[in-house]
Design a protein around this ligand. Sequence first.
Ligand SMILES: [Ca+2]
Length: 138
Amino acid sequence: IFSSLFLFTFNLHDVLKTMTEAQRHCRENYKDLVTIRDLEDLETLKTLVDLSRMRAWIGLYDDSWRWSLSNTSCYKPGEAEFRGWRSGEPDNNFKTEYCVFMWGDGTWADDRCPWPLQSVCFDVRETGTTIRSIENQD
Ligand SMILES: [Ca+2]
């Protein structure tokens, strides 16, 4: 169980992966594909990770838009409902857009899960400094 008192660490992965591959990689090496609970999380992520000129999978997916980190005890009321959609998204443009990536400006869009993109994993720590980590290869 954690709350907003717990710090997230964000890990950007440049290696292109499908959403399923990215989710597996994050779960094996970190906590999960990133959960974004509020504007503070979003701003922290944008500050620590250079998202410019990239598109990266985040942990939101499924036609009901649920977080990859699904344990409800991990969220305070409302935190699992935070969304940062880009204007006009989600549009399910290809009728199969059930995964969500983040643009360089931090806004989100739905897209096809098999599309190879970068990804952002996260971990949770109780105290300490939020760490920026970039991996160029597995
Ligand atoms: Ca879309």
